[in-house]
Design a protein around this ligand. Sequence first.
Ligand code: SF4
Length: 312
Amino acid sequence: MNKTLMNDEKHYVTLNNYLKHRFGCKVFRIPLNANFSCPNRDSSIDHTGCLYCSKSLSGDFAGKKELSFEEQFKDIKQVMEKKWHDGLYIAYLQAGTNTYADIETLRKIYNEVIELDSKIVVLSIATRPDCINEEIIALLKEIKLKKELWIELGFQTMHDDTKDYLHIGYHNQDFEKAMKLLNDNNIPVIVHIINGLPQETKEMMIETVKYLNNFVIDGIKIHMLHILKDTPLADIYEKDKFKVLTKDEFIDIAVEQLRLLNPNTVVHRITGDPVKEDLIEPLWVLKKFVVLNDIDKLMRKEKYYQGDLWQK
Ligand code: SF4
């Protein structure tokens, strides 16, 4: 068990503790918007997008796409530095599919971003499994020689029927192919999953984490499904009022997922930060610190740790 990075308070490996341990100071993310599209939005795969995808292509807190990278970086850095004066940065290409362009365009963007500030220690790139291929891997390896690089890979669930229902547009075989390329080339991967997807039971959400244990997963983001205004999912919810997890149900599932997870995987997030005005359900996600505190309390009370149920 990775007790170095867990402590009496947190029985799982938080990104914060991991980064402090590695860099010896606060490291914060600067989410940037390179105005990438997504094959699931531009009709290459579909035009609907994943049914839950927000107007900003899941980049709600990224910089404004109309601004240059320098301006986006400066704006967000100023806000962050009010809280932490002497930090380092992770430049995070967040909105849209950030490997979805021709190689020359990608090369130019990645190089521009890593050169924005000497205190950038990591470039983190969000993308989809079907937008990783050998050509992209060759470029990532080139960039990795200049700057530490992470790939944030949308996965959401191991259940292909759910992925089809939600028009996600890729399947487990795409994920497996992408993971093989990334793992074989030692490119760190942070996988995103979503709890509370329509038609999924607790057992199905648990199966998703067990499936992930077949790969080398450096980090994970465990999200709760957000039903956001002006999305196809909001229309479905209005008609069907499908089951939304309560806070306690989410905590119960997330804690079991943490216990099943490889103890060396860094937990980048549990729950997310929706834009309050856009959120229809569940409203309890707005109390993020209550959710995180309740997870800590349950793990401490029951003496649960990340990975105590992990099986290779
Ligand atoms: S892959 Fe991401 S950006 Fe593309 S439609 Fe789905 S959520 Fe939106």
